[in-house]
Design a protein around this ligand. Structure first.
Ligand code: KG4
Ligand code: ZN
Length: 301
């Protein structure tokens, strides 16, 4: 990697969630500056670039429109191919930023604020969706649980921090059931936390958070390992913002390795949305000549 710039939008922290309109406006202001900065840090010129890539979706449409339109305009002006990348495929590609070469097939859990998807990945460009959340995404559940405690957005890191001081076995939450074994459901777990807090006001909040985080981690890890077992795939991966959770990483590593699976984790600094993972996914498409038309619009879902 030559250079990498991440601009985090802090304005959402106070209101406890992302305001799409604000996110788009911040994108519009910060994106040209980030492009300038990354070229400067890389001591390179646009003339050295072979292609321009951007996320095409799924995600917040306002932000996607700004990123994709800006990238397509640069591609047109600089006469380079444009490569539109699928947001979740890019999260999977973040596994390649950990140094160890990736092997296929593998079962990957994409755990973000908007998605909780299980993919069987057969090749860098060949994905099969095998399971998904039926309601809230796991990151969204972390954010809502945090908001119920008055903690700032994003809620995941705040819950993780409280949990480090609590007992993960203090309280037991029921595991959600779904019709399909590899699907997920988080809305009941989130509500169970809020009820438990109201019903047991004397239970230390650290214990409640640690127990809730433990249940969520166990639920994710068990499904990931079971899917790999059923499909006879010897390796598993974990990516997305929620993959930054150290308790979840540790639990997956311990359980999956004990059962003989090879474990791939997105590096901590590439779990949350970032441009490096977009570039890795785009590179696979670029070397396969899979360019995107300059008229192709981004998509929300
Ligand atoms: O991948 P990401 O940056 O954006 C989406 O594509 O949605 O994921 C953001 C999500 C947020 O819901 C945030 O609370 C969660 O990832 N997250 C965490 C942690 N760090 C970020 N969840 C649990 N534990 C963490 N340490
Ligand atoms: Zn993401």
């Amino acid at each position: 990697m030559i250079a990498h710039v991440v601009y985090r939008q802090e304005i959402h922290a106070e209101v406890g969630g992302i305001i799409p309109e604000w996110a788009s406006r911040e994108h519009e202001v910060k994106l040209p500056l980030a492009v300038q900065q990354v070229l400067k840090e890389g001591q390179t010129s646009w003339r050295d670039l072979e292609a321009i890539a951007a996320a095409q979706g799924p995600g917040l449409i306002g932000s996607l429109l700004i990123g994709s339109t800006y990238a397509r305009a640069l591609a047109a002006a600089w006469q380079r191919p444009f490569i539109g990348v699928h947001h979740l495929e890019a999260h999977v590609a973040s596994l390649e930023l950990q140094g160890k070469p990736l092997a296929y097939p593998l079962i990957v859990l994409v755990a973000t604020g908007g998605h909780t998807h299980l993919f069987q990945v057969l090749h860098p460009l060949h994905f099969q969706l095998i399971g998904r959340t039926r309601d809230d995404a796991v990151g969204e559940a972390f954010d809502k649980v945090a908001a119920s405690l008055g903690l700032p957005y994003p809620g995941g890191p705040a819950i993780e921090k409280l949990s480090q001081m609590g007992d993960p076995y203090a309280f037991s939450f029921p595991l959600p059931q779904t019709p399909h074994p590899w699907d997920f459901s988080f809305s009941g777990l989130k509500t169970a936390f809020i009820y438990a807090r109201q019903k047991h006001p004397n239970l230390p909040v650290e214990d409640l958070c640690a127990s809730w985080q433990h249940t969520v981690a166990l639920y994710l890890v068990d499904k990931l390992i079971k899917a790999a077992q059923t499909l006879g795939v010897p390796r598993v991966g974990l990516v997305g913002g929620v993959a930054a959770n150290l308790y979840l990483r540790q639990l997956l590593q311990t359980k999956a390795e004990a059962e003989g699976y090879e474990v791939f984790l997105a590096p901590l600094s590439y779990c949350m949305d970032n441009a490096a993972m977009i570039a890795v996914a785009a590179w696979h498409k670029y070397i396969n000549g899979a360019y995107t038309s300059l008229t192709e619009a981004p998509f929300a879902r």
